[in-house]
Design a protein around this ligand. Structure first.
Ligand code: VTB
Length: 327
């Protein structure tokens, strides 16, 4: 039997799948209903319930906030019935606004890592650049956009105009967008959800080639774990906006704002990353409901067994099946 260093049986990656599948099924009910909090709350409750059934001794390192802010899945919370020691990073619903508006690209995601394997980052902005395996080791966050796109074009064996860059649609990205346009690449502006966008860049066939811009730091850590599993790369720099944020960073031992964070710092030892689509995206389909069940589409990335699975699950709500299951 495979064992962890602490000699407890390993819980396989697929055993965590229900965590994101159930969160997705619960939150996708809120599609287009204009209620972000209800959508997020549904995902959190469902996710926590599923974690509670697993034979793990898990500790949340990235969750729904600090203990006094979040009743569930707060940083430091213990999860599971006891067993495999692990750290957990979650975004039960990445893109609450997307669900509230009925927009594309929302997912539910969880990272399982070794103790000490996932950075417990202070929640603030982070400047990030993400590429897939084809461009790993070839980019630098400090390079001008034109140079980066030039390298990327060679990595993908095409011209710059045939590349698609994904950017969060925010005023703070005005100059960045100008630079990308000047270099001649295509841009996909997204309203939210940069973990989804970065994972999409890490998988060939999605049509996305580069993610760049300023988004959440906790999302950056989750992205690092996902791209590690996909053979891609993230580079990131903290982007505090106030003195308070700068001193919060110092509490975490980060004093040099020019530090370029990579996989070794953000997620040195992830085991698994599991994500389920909530609304349709380039990488994952959203939840579809039918008379007696729902169907989910997930990606299970497993660094213990070196596999990436795309899993299409039909969830039946009862034993009585009214109609045939569709292919
Ligand atoms: C970022 C991004 C997330 O929110 O954190 C963004 O990483 C926050 O940026 O995917 P704003 O403060 O400008 O909204 C998301 O888009 C959704 O959580």
């Amino acid at each position: 039997m495979t064992t962890t260093p602490a000699d407890t049986p390993i819980v396989p990656a697929v055993d965590f799948l229900k965590v994101t599948e159930q969160a997705a099924i619960a939150s996708a009910r809120w599609l287009g209903r204009g209620d972000n909090n209800a959508a997020d709350g549904a995902a959190v409750d469902a996710m926590r319930e599923e974690f509670g059934k697993l034979p793990i001794s898990g500790t949340v390192v990235i969750g729904e906030g600090e203990k006094d802010e979040a009743p569930e899945l707060y940083v430091g919370e213990s999860l599971g019935t006891g067993g495999m020691p692990c750290e957990i990073a979650v975004d039960p619903l990445e893109g609450t606004d997307l669900v509230a508006r009925g927009d594309a690209g929302a997912i539910s995601i969880c990272v399982v890592g070794a103790p000490g394997g996932i950075m417990s980052a202070p929640d603030m902005y982070m400047r990030k650049i993400c590429v897939g395996a084809s461009a790993k080791g070839r980019i630098n966050i400090d390079d001008p956009m034109e140079a980066t796109l030039d390298v990327l074009a060679r990595c993908y064996d095409r011209r710059i105009r045939d590349l698609t860059v994904v950017v969060l649609d925010r005023p703070r990205h005005g100059k960045l967008i100008e630079e990308i346009r000047a270099a001649g690449a295509r841009i996909r502006l997204i309203p939210d959800g940069d973990i989804t966008a970065s994972m999409s860049v890490g998988v060939r066939g999605t049509g996305d080639h580069l993610y760049v811009g300023i988004g959440g730091s906790t999302e950056g850590v989750i992205t690092a774990a996902a791209l590690e599993c996909l053979g891609g790369e993230i580079q990131a720099k903290m982007w505090p906006r106030t003195d308070e944020e700068t001193s919060k960073l110092a509490d975490f031992g980060i004093t040099d704002l020019d530090t370029n964070f990579g996989h070794a710092e953000l997620a040195p030892k992830p085991y698994y990353v599991i994500a389920t689509g909530v609304t349709d995206g380039n990488l994952l389909q959203g939840v579809r409901y039918f008379a007696d069940g729902a169907r989910t589409h997930s990606i299970v990335m497993d660094l213990m067994s070196n596999t990436v699975q795309f899993i299409d699950t039909v969830h039946l709500f009862s034993r009585t099946i009214i109609r045939e299951i569709r292919l």
